[in-house]
Write a protein that binds this ligand. Structure first.
Ligand SMILES: [Zn+2]
Length: 251
């Protein structure tokens, strides 16, 4: 588990432009067939335009926590605007697809200016984010970064990704996993999965650190499958912060 600095204050941060993507966008032909279940009003999605006024895309009066990988302020990732909607595949196991859809709705709902849109991908081959539900969490290879969650005791989760040799771009999809712990009843595991899935999707969207506040979904051991004001504000800030880590090439 990673440790993280305290909260960062960003009172009414001004608008900052979303950076251009580092990797070229390949064919979007799969999107049409990808059961593109938009979970936000995609057609209404708009970047934060100048005529909206500074701060219009940010909640006021909220605090943010760190979203930097390993606490390094030079390591920031979020999906670029050219990748919207980001394609999310959920392994068809138990309630996982429903939990993933819930998590997608949760995170896209955090935005005031439509910066993030997500779509359900019908296959994992062309997904940007893959969520699976194995019996045990996979062991990460040496080159794979992992951001852990212990959730609430009945299950566990992890999000893994690999960077290129320069450390400036992902080389494959974000992979999130939730797995059960032994000795818990199915209702406890199901409740845990819902929280852990939402937490891991937060990592996969670019929140590569944890909050120190137990009220936040991105607390290392989250307790609620809802977003706090800090969760909302932090991901709003993230998607208006230039990313130093680029997205993986699309297949
Ligand atoms: Zn985590």
């Amino acid at each position: 588990m990673l440790s993280f600095p305290g909260r960062l204050m960003h009172p009414r941060s001004p608008h900052r432009p979303v950076p251009a993507p580092r990797a070229p966008v390949s064919s979007r032909r799969r999107l049409a067939g990808a059961a593109a279940l938009a979970v936000t009003a995609l057609g209404l999605a708009a970047a934060c335009h100048d005529n909206v006024g500074p701060g219009a895309c940010f909640d006021s009066g909220a605090q943010a926590y760190s979203f930097y990988l390993n606490g390094d302020t030079s390591l920031t990732f979020h999906w670029p605007s050219s990748y919207m909607p980001v394609r999310v595949y959920a392994e068809p196991t138990g309630e996982l697809p429903a939990d993933v859809l819930n998590a997608m709705t949760l995170w896209t709902g955090a935005f005031r200016c439509g910066e993030l849109s997500l779509a359900v991908a019908s296959d994992s081959i062309h997904a940007d984010i893959i969520v699976r539900n194995p019996s045990f969490l996979p062991v990460a290879r040496a080159a794979v970064r992992a951001v852990h969650s212990d959730s609430i005791g009945a299950c566990t989760g992890v999000t893994q990704f690999a960077l290129d040799s320069a450390g400036t771009a992902l080389v494959g999809p974000m992979r999130a996993y939730v797995s059960p712990y032994a000795g818990f009843d199915s209702a406890s595991v199901a409740a845990c999965y819902r929280i852990a899935t939402a937490h891991e999707l937060g990592h996969a969207l670019g929140l590569l650190a944890h909050s120190a506040d137990t009220a936040d979904l991105m607390y290392p051991v989250p307790r609620h499958a809802t977003l706090s004001s800090a969760d909302r504000y932090t991901i709003q800030l993230l998607y208006h912060t230039p990313a130093t880590i680029g997205p993986p090439p699309r297949r």
